[in-house]
Design a protein around this ligand. Structure first.
Ligand SMILES: [Zn+2]
Length: 444
């Protein structure tokens, strides 16, 4: 590709670092239950977009819970639009555990430090820097690009993407596909292998409340209807259950792609195919698929009783369940079976599972953009074990991909740092990211 084709310039590289740092300095901690505030960060993003000639709107479901949306016109107004979204909120940070102030945005020795550096103010900054580079160069993306910065992703999305999808769908008109967090970063697979997993699906969320009702009574008396015992048995059955392997299309594609990267023969359609044997040969990359081979249900909360010699009438528990796309019915039937006749269960929170095609032009454009800037990288699709704002935007018919490109050194520890202590991002990684993102957004 010719040098003159490059839109991201020296100023873009400076801006992506400065914007990451300045966004980190705006504390947008989301404590859940409606306790959060994104307005200052939203105004910051809106100003950076307006300076580039865009016309952003700020939308709030409640005061301070701000979202920003802007549409950048593409060359081909008849083409489907592309959504790129990033959340503005961050999870809490306990400053005492950190080696820097988590809201300092300090840039030291080529690293930007602070809560949100990875998740996901760095990506927010890349989006802003890319859009501004287009304005300076006088270029347009191929198709309309709708930019959205959201509130409340780290809780229920009620004030963020959920609100936008339910009340401002018109702003996303024509958007058929979207990209956002949790994919496109360099995963180090050992032996110098750099793998870029691109998200092409998400398991659905199934947070459950379980209750057992028994017969209350004296702790010294025989009682076959002890609610604690009944519920404990159900919880143990759930926690010990070995869910069957269900290879959904995205996970099949991930396994096939990873097998090729590692030079391992794998015939997923062979009756003797053994997924555990394959995982054992994928080294660290097994992490990219091991949580999405099956549905899952982990008991997380158990509440019962109030005194040692009193058998309580009720016992309650909570379970964090995750459902593969297409296997929600199996999840429900299995929970009915595992809980048994004396325990009731219900969804306290349910979110849809997603699946995106891996043979689409958009996936191919993401792959090409990565390989342009890292020709020795390997791009594979993967399914996320949890969820993102893509679930809410799917209600508008937007097919979501996890693509927030970043290149980090092998020792960096991406997975440990997001939501962790001393979250940080290398300046070089942001430079790579904005270059890849620009390339992708203009061409996809
Ligand atoms: Zn995030």
């Amino acid at each position: 590709m010719a040098e003159s084709d490059q839109i991201v310039d020296e100023r873009s590289l400076q801006e992506v670092v400065r914007f990451t740092s300045e966004l980190i300095r705006i504390d947008t901690t989301n404590r859940g239950g409606g306790d959060g505030r994104e307005r200052e960060a939203a105004e910051y993003a809106a100003e950076r977009l307006a300076e580039a000639g865009a016309e952003p709107v700020i939308l709030e479901k409640a005061p301070g819970r701000s979202n920003v949306v802007a549409r950048i016109a593409g060359d081909d107004s008849s083409a489907d639009a592309l959504l790129v979204h990033g959340h503005l909120d961050v999870v809490p940070a306990a400053a005492a555990d950190w080696s820097v102030d988590p809201f300092s945005g300090e840039v030291r020795d080529g690293i930007v430090w602070g809560r949100g550096a990875l998740d996901m103010k760095g990506m927010d900054a890349m989006i802003l820097a890319a859009v501004r580079s287009w304005a300076r160069a006088g270029v347009r993306p191929r198709r309309d690009v709708v930019v959205a910065f959201t509130a409340d992703e780290e809780a229920s999305a009620e004030y963020g993407s959920g609100f936008l999808a339910d009340h401002h769908g018109e702003l996303f008109e024509g958007c058929t596909e979207g990209v956002s967090e949790a994919g496109g970063y360099s995963f180090h697979g050992g032996d110098g292998l750099r793998i870029y997993p691109i998200g092409a699906g998400e398991r659905g969320t199934a947070w459950l409340n379980l209750t057992a009702r028994g017969r209350a009574g004296h702790g010294s008396k025989a009682n076959p209807h002890n609610a604690v015992t009944i519920l404990a048995e159900a919880v143990a059955r759930i926690g010990r259950h070995r869910w069957p392997v269900r290879l959904v299309p995205t996970v099949r594609a991930a396994l096939t792609g990873l097998a090729a990267v590692y030079g391992v023969e794998a015939d997923l359609d062979d009756a003797d195919f053994d997924v555990d044997a394959l995982l054992a040969r994928l080294g660290p990359a097994a992490q990219l698929v091991e949580s999405t081979l099956r549905n899952s249900a982990n008991p997380t909360v158990f509440e019962a009783g109030y005194k040692v010699n009193v058998i309580p009438e009720h016992a309650a528990a909570q379970v964090d369940g995750r459902m593969l796309p297409g296997w929600e019915e199996e999840f429900i039937a299995t929970m009915n079976e595992l809980t048994g006749p004396e325990v009731d269960w219900e969804f306290q929170h349910r979110e849809v599972a997603l699946s995106a095609p891996v043979d689409s032009p958009t996936f191919a454009a993401a792959r090409e953009a990565v390989l342009k800037f890292d020709p020795e990288g390997h791009v594979v699709p993967y399914c996320m074990s949890g969820g993102t704002d893509a679930k809410q935007f799917s209600r508008l018919g937007v097919v979501g991909y996890g693509f927030s490109p970043l290149k980090v050194p092998p020792e960096f520890g991406y997975g440990r740092l997001a939501h962790g202590v001393d979250e940080r991002v290398p300046v070089e990684g942001l430079h790579f990211g904005v270059s890849v993102l620009d390339e992708f957004l203009r061409r996809a």
